[in-house]
Design a protein around this ligand. Structure first.
Ligand SMILES: Cc1ncc(COP(=O)(O)O)c(C=O)c1O
Length: 719
């Protein structure tokens, strides 16, 4: 089959460049750990003189006793994945199966599946040849590497010695996985392996990068090695509030006074003034009577929808196709009937709503900003339908709170921008406003507010019911006081300073404009999300890996199941803290990688009939009006904050700082003067303390019951 594939004329392979994402192995591999990043980079970018589809680094890796077999297996998997891509008929069948219908005149050469197959086949051939060469490695070479300190080679050398020994050791009991505990009965480890294999086979296995965002260098992070720094372009700390000075100051002060953990559930010892004040603040933000904080918005959505769906008699849940997993889980857990409507499609929603009597309880669950494509839900129109058919509206504003509206309350607030700006900090609803018409709003404290946690806001009785019935709220330790205080300071700060929101949108517009200029396909949308379409899982991962390893830019690739197959993308998040120079670098790097990997440009998608909203029409792309107007951004009166240049400090708004500090006068005491965002507790460096390994009393061979007194059976208490 490989020969059959190779018989086509192949462009140089790029698939194995994925292997240049090495950071996460540095701690485990002595070669990677000891080799300078610059050497690794040049090895990973240099083409192997013998095997043109491999990098010099990959060729080296084939000689490693650990990586060699792994590469062999991987190359076989890749080829197996593309094995049927042998001829035009096969490509056509794949397209048909995937629901892709290329326009007349499109050739196999234009197809990303076929080109990936060719690249895979070329690479597999080269890997096989490199492996054959490796098999001829002399014992001396292995011994040399072993002597240089590589434990894997030492192990290989030892194994070689053992193999040469006359009497082989008795065969060990077969194990199912590395270091696996063997259970009698069901083979649990084998089960895990099979489940993971399924993920790897359908390319949905997730790789997590080690990214440590630095408070003093936003948006820079270090990777697994503290000296390797990268610029982060995909974090959901949308405004950089994770290190805003007044937030850090508030958190330090709260930590000093109240310590770390909350100490219990809200029911038992974990319900303090900080939690209550945050809920009051959130209710005020959305001009709703009440709010309730959860450990995350995933939990808030799940707990609320499952409680409502199971309690409301014969409730029907109407769900947008693109709803987040947290809502989908909540609906599933409720056991209620679910009806899915097409994304943002009012006609489809109405057709489905009208099939049920008005008196039957219904909930329409949807989002304001859909985070993977950047579309915005028609909130007002959905409220109209809800009123007409007797439904509750459940609006997830997770990707909008902090980012839209004059006070950061979200898109529902933004739709009546001037009225909300005029109403200021009044807690009262504005009758007839979109935000007032939405029954339930959910939001996160973990994205634009830079903290962690989630919440719901709505009527007092609704909130009290969820508080009283939802296990996801009741039976878990509440958020730490310092986290809750930091989140509240963040909400107050953003309510009093619109500049971060404006600058974010200005920078988003600029990055989108530059991509468009270079014919780089951006899924069109009116929000702050910048989804760059790649359209292939392996290519998206390769692009992300190349950005990280060759340009020190971190943009995670988004693959199935987060987006549909064939709609894989790089989801770029631009913040008000990214500088002009960083934008230049990002755009250039993406452009270069599109060239190197042969990723489809906008014109290619147009020729292919379009994908994911990109290139759907033959002419110029239809213009999408951003939700922030020029006037709201201050572009008409010249009040827009300016994009930062390298070395410039981000604005910290004095008035917003004063307002945020004032909220904590009662709990922490008044504070004035420069913001104290760090604590210098390590003024006197201590001599290094050597790590000691203590033998635990309950260590090997000591029966647990001897060390730990077993309490008498107790009545089980849950909180
Ligand atoms: C639309 C949406 N809702 C809810 C959540 C969950 O929010 P949290 O991160 O607070 O759990 C997410 C998380 O990404 C999301 O995208």
């Amino acid at each position: 089959m490989i020969q059959k594939v190779v018989a086509l004329s192949f462009p140089p392979s790029t698939t194995m460049d994925k292997l240049s994402s090495l950071a996460r192995f540095k701690n485990a591999c002595p070669f990677l750990g000891k080799t300078a990043p610059s050497t690794l980079r040049s090895l990973s970018t240099a083409v192997s003189p013998r095997f043109p589809s491999l990098s010099a680094l990959t060729e080296r890796a084939t000689a490693c006793p650990v990586m060699g077999p792994a590469l062999d297996v991987r190359s076989k998997q890749i080829v197996a994945g593309y094995a049927s891509v042998a001829a035009n008929a096969d490509v056509e069948k794949i397209h048909k199966d995937k629901g892709v219908f290329p326009p007349p005149g499109a050739t196999v050469e234009m197809c990303p599946h076929a080109s990936a197959a060719r690249a895979a086949a070329r690479m597999a051939e080269d890997l096989a040849a490199a492996a054959r060469k490796k098999a001829q490695l002399s014992k001396d070479e292995v011994a040399q590497a072993a002597a240089a300190g590589c434990p894997f080679h030492q192990k290989a050398a030892a194994e070689a010695r053992k193999a040469a020994a006359p009497a082989p050791a008795p065969a060990p009991t077969p194990v199912t996985a590395h270091n696996a505990k063997k259970h009698s009965g069901f083979d649990y480890e084998k089960f895990y392996i099979n489940e993971l294999d399924k993920k790897r086979k359908d390319a949905s296995y997730r790789y997590f990068n080690n990214i440590n965002r630095l408070a003093n260098k936003f948006p820079v992070a270090h990777t697994a090695r503290v000296t390797d720094e990268v610029e982060v372009w995909c974090a959901n700390d949308y405004l950089g509030m994770g290190n805003n000075p007044v937030i850090l100051e508030t958190m330090h002060r709260t930590l000093d006074k109240y310590g770390h953990g909350a100490g219990g559930t809200r029911n038992i010892a974990g319900n303090g003034a900080n939690h209550l004040a945050l809920e009051q603040e959130l209710a005020k933000l959305h001009r709703k009577p009440a709010a309730l904080v959860f450990s995350s918005c995933y939990v808030a959505n799940d707990a609320t929808l499952s409680t409502l769906g199971s309690k409301l008699p014969d409730c029907i849940l109407f769900s947008d196709t693109m709803n987040h997993a947290s809502m989908i889980q909540g609906m599933r857990h409720s056991g209620a009937k679910k009806v899915i409507f097409k994304h943002n499609n009012l006609e489809d929603l109405e057709n489905k709503l009208k099939q049920y009597p008005k008196e039957q309880p219904k909930i329409i669950a949807f989002e304001s900003v859909y985070s993977m494509c950047g579309s915005i839900g028609p909130i007002k129109e959905i409220c109209d339908l809800a009123e007409k058919y007797g439904a509750l509206t459940f609006l997830d504003e997770v990707h909008a709170v902090g980012l839209y509206g004059p006070r950061g309350a979200g898109v529902a607030e933004h739709l009546d921008y001037d009225a909300h700006a005029a109403a200021g900090d009044s807690p009262d609803p504005i009758p007839g406003s979109v935000m007032d018409r939405v029954d339930i709003i959910t939001g996160t404290l973990g994205k634009a507010y830079g903290a962690v946690g989630g919440y719901i806001a709505g009527s007092e009785e609704f909130v009290d019911m969820v508080r009283s019935y939802a296990p996801g709220f009741i039976f878990t330790t509440s958020l730490p006081p310092a986290t809750v205080a930091g989140a509240r300071a963040s909400v107050v700060y953003q309510k009093n300073y619109v500049g971060d929101r404006q600058l974010k949108q200005v920078n988003v517009r600029e990055v989108k404009r530059r991509f468009t200029e270079l014919d780089i396909p951006v899924v069109p949308g009116p929000s702050h999300i910048v989804p760059v379409l790649v359209g292939d899982a392996a290519l998206a991962k390769a692009a992300s890996d190349k950005l990280l390893s060759e340009h020190n830019i971190y943009v995670q690739s988004i693959n199935y199941p987060t987006v549909a197959r064939g709609e894989e993308r790089l989801r770029i998040t631009v913040t008000p803290r990214h500088t002009l120079e960083q934008m230049d670098k990002l755009v250039k790097a993406v452009d270069q990688i599109f060239n190197e990997l042969g990723i489809n440009r906008l014109k290619d998608w147009k020729r292919l009939g379009g994908r994911a909203g990109v290139g759907m029409t033959a002419g110029p792309e239809p213009e999408v009006q951003p939700i922030w107007t020029d006037a709201q951004l201050g572009l008409l009166d010249g009040t827009t904050p300016h994009t930062l240049r390298n070395g410039e400090k981000a604005v910290v708004d004095k008035h917003a700082v004063t307002m945020a500090r004032a909220e904590f006068n009662d709990l922490l005491g008044p504070i004035s003067g420069p913001v104290q965002c760090s604590r210098t507790v390590y003024q006197h460096a201590q001599p290094e303390v050597k790590r000691q390994t203590h033998r635990m009393k309950t260590g090997a061979g000591v029966p647990l019951s001897r060390d730990i007194p077993v309490p008498p059976p107790a009545v089980s208490v849950s909180a």
